[in-house]
Design a protein around this ligand. Structure first.
Ligand code: ADP
Ligand code: ZN
Length: 721
């Protein structure tokens, strides 16, 4: 037999299939060692066949078989994914395997046990320790070597083994993440709305289903029921959640419900844990894979349902080559397995909602919370007025009042700060106006090193302003307040209150998020101050107040999606309030209380928001009515980057000149951040109306990547820095 092998070398020159003579034990999906040039490299057997396309006599033998890591589905998808993202097959394959496994840095962990063999072996009466150890083993049957030695001494245990009374055995032990988590999640009686949603999903002939349910509408219970149904049908399930911080809570629920059938995959686990969890899925011992983006590649077979919770979340798009979207991969997997893909969200992405409203996806709405609990009331606090009144603290009078009441009644509060990225736009604190680009209708970004304002879409630069262009006011501001400052202010105002802070600085370590959330969840703190991390998913019953300190911050990011993001954030954060019996409240602080996005958010009017937003996108021809494509060229030597940029530009210009009418924008420029980690960055920015041009763009651009020059293509990038 001949084996078609992909060698694990990422270089695009070796991105083809090599043939080797199969040795005993080689099967499709095997990881193998093969001779390559004058060394031995890892490879993957994609196919076995009779005969060879080459001179069979000259084929080399596969050197060794490692294991059978790849599923048939993986083999089938590798080709499609590498074509879709124009990425080498070897790099694509790496998505399917934990890195530690590929590099061979982690193996199964084993433990030595002492096992009773012949209980009747005589032990001299003097040897008390031996006798005691033997008695212990008679009772237990077996015990870990180190534990037994600790109790009775190494010598005694050794003597028992020597006499044949006991034997040593190596056993595999699993490293289990969150082993300490013990949730209780009995299967609940579903509400009529939940039952109907499940029935409609089952009856629909559409592969992808959008579950649009307000926060607290019981989407999780629907996911769990669908997963349970898949298991009952003898199938497996994939469950994606957006961020690490979400996983423990969700995971403990899944554990409580499905026991060891759940495996968790995310980058926050230790290498050993990930390795063991991955193999539990590969062997079918665990049938439910839960995790963040990369879990979409989990080696489960015969998938019965795929769920993507918070489908709008930006973390589902990879920012490394291949720049895949987990939603797209999930779609491919749903197709392969002929199963449903459930996209759940209270605030679906504009792109997804459009597909649902046009009938491409099924659409199921859950407009009410469980038990008709009201959504928390959102009140706006006009921060311009606060400034006029001389209040320069991060808290409006309205928020102070609500905080007083919340703490007095022994409830919990969450204060949210919307700081993201390095970029800051300029807001007039007198009139609320935001400084925008003359040509693009997106807000400008302040660049401190040059003290100027720039448009991230067209590259235009403007002199820094000393007064507001609309009202002439001189109180121009850049940032909101940092989390640390807020915590300091709270300590002054409420010395008795226990305050927790959650942001990138306080959540280092494997279970950093988990610890803070656990502490807050157990009501060992009164106020949680945090960034995006605390926005979604968490279910804290005692939280009755949410304060959004700077609702405007994301509104004015230089991104066509900033309105959408703001709507999503406000809705998600507000949804943390009043989830149990007591009614919740939300105070939304803004310098721009007339803003339509905030108005729709405060009214929980997703449809109103969507209609407004989609009309805007249509009239400006922004996605989903076009695709923004960015080709990045980076290199440590500026000259090398520039000459590659020139070559890329020439090649792309050819595509452009043949299809000029499909280009709304086409230009080359410095990337907004000119240098990151010592690499000079340039870009070709395009906005096209014909997706069919993507392959040509990829091909034209990627040809000019080399060892020194990194060239990559981004579609509708979340971050244009
Ligand atoms: P969502 O994911 O839509 O935000 P959740 O699934 O977190 O909503 O559910 C909101 C609350 O309602 C949770 O506290 C959950 O335990 C509860 N809940 C969900 N389904 C039921 C049910 N069928 N019966 C009783 N309570 C439920
Ligand atoms: Zn511009």
């Amino acid at each position: 037999m001949t084996a078609e092998v992909i060698v694990d070398i990422a270089h695009s020159d070796v991105d083809k299939i090599f043939e080797y003579r199969a040795i005993e034990g080689v099967r499709e999906g095997c990881r193998v060692k093969v001779p390559f040039g004058n060394r031995t490299v890892a490879g993957y057997v994609m196919r076995l066949k009779e005969g060879s396309d080459f001179d069979a006599a000259r084929l080399k033998d596969i050197a060794a078989v490692v294991d059978r890591a790849l599923t048939p589905e993986c083999i089938a998808l590798v080709h499609r994914i590498s074509e879709r993202y124009h990425c080498s097959k070897a790099l694509t394959l790496r998505l399917f395997l934990p890195a530690e496994m590929r590099k061979g840095t982690v193996r199964e962990r084993t433990k030595t046990f002492v096992v009773l063999r012949d209980g009747d072996v005589a032990v001299p009466a003097r040897a008390r320790a031996q006798a005691a150890a033997l008695a212990f083993l008679r009772e237990r049957g077996r015990c870990g070597l180190s534990e037994l030695s600790e109790m009775f001494g190494r010598g005694a245990v050794g003597a028992l083994v020597q006499k044949g009374a006991a034997a040593l055995e190596e056993e595999k032990v699993l490293r289990t993440p969150y082993a300490g988590l013990q949730g209780t999640a009995p299967a609940r009686e579903l509400t009529p709305a939940q039952k109907e949603a499940i029935a409609r999903i089952g009856a629909s002939d559409k592969r992808v289903q959008l579950l649009h349910g307000v926060t607290g509408s019981g989407k999780t219970e629907i996911y769990l029921s669908l997963i349970a149904a898949a298991l009952e049908a003898g199938k497996s399930a994939l469950f994606l959640v957006p961020e690490i911080s979400l996983t423990p809570q969700m995971f403990s629920q899944l554990r409580a419900r499905f026991g060891a059938g759940v495996a968790i995959l995310h980058s926050g686990l230790s290498a050993g844990e990930r390795f063991d969890e991955w193999w539990r899925l590969r062997t079918g011992e665990a049938k439910i894979a839960v995790g963040a983006r990369s879990a979409v590649f989990a080696p489960v077979e015969n998938v019965g349902v795929i769920v993507i919770d918070e489908e709008h979340d930006g973390s589902y798009c990879s920012e490394q080559t291949p720049r895949y979207s987990a939603r797209e991969i999930a779609c491919l997997r749903a197709e392969y397995n002929d199963c449903k893909l459930i996209l759940g969200s209270a605030t679906p992405s504009v792109e997804t909602y459009r597909k649902a409203s046009e009938g491409e996806y099924g659409l199921i709405a859950l407009p009410e919370r469980i038990n008709r609990r009201p959504l928390p009331e959102i009140v706006m606090a006009d921060m311009r007025r606060e400034v006029r009144r001389g209040n320069n603290s991060p808290f409006s009078a309205a928020l102070r009042e609500e905080l007083d009441a919340c703490l007095a009644s022994g409830n919990q509060a969450i204060l949210f700060l919307n700081r993201r990225g390095y970029a800051q736009s300029v807001v007039c604190r007198d009139c609320g106006a935001v400084v925008k680009c003359a040509q693009c209708d997106v807000s400008l970004t302040y660049h401190s090193e040059e003290n100027c304002l720039k448009c991230h879409y067209c590259g235009a630069a403007y002199k820094m302003l000393s007064a507001c262009p609309s009202c002439g006011g001189v109180h121009l501001g850049y940032t909101g307040t940092g989390t640390q400052k807020v915590v300091g202010e709270l300590r002054k105002l409420y010395p008795q209150a226990r305050v927790l802070r959650m942001d990138v600085d306080t959540t280092s370590g494997k279970e950093g998020h988990y610890k803070i959330l656990k502490e807050f969840g157990e009501h060992r703190a009164d106020i949680l101050v945090g960034t995006q991390m605390i926005a979604k998913g968490h279910d804290f019953p005692a939280v009755t107040l949410v304060g959004i300190l700077d609702a405007d911050m994301s509104l004015h990011f230089s991104d066509y999606r900033s309105g959408e993001r703001t709507f999503q954030l406000v809705t998600q954060v507000a949804g943390r309030s009043g989830r149990a019996e007591e009614k919740g409240k939300v105070v939304l602080q803004t310098y721009d209380p007339e803003n339509y996005i905030l108005r729709f958010a405060a009214d929980y009017d997703y449809l109103g928001f969507y209609r407004h937003e989609i009309a805007l996108r249509a009239s400006t021809a922004f996605p989903p009515f076009s695709v923004i494509v960015r080709v990045m060229v980076t290199a440590e030597e500026e000259q090398k980057a520039l000459s590659a940029l020139k070559a890329v530009w020439t090649a792309l210009s050819e595509v452009y000149s043949k299809n000029a009418s499909a280009f709304l924008f086409f230009n080359k420029m410095h990337a907004p951040v000119k240098r990151i980690q010592n690499r000079h960055r340039f870009q070709v920015l395009m906005r096209i109306t014909d997706e069919g041009l993507l392959p040509a763009i990829y091909e034209s651009a990627l040809r000019y990547g080399s060892r020194d020059v990194l060239v990559y293509v981004e579609e509708n990038p979340a971050n244009l820095s």
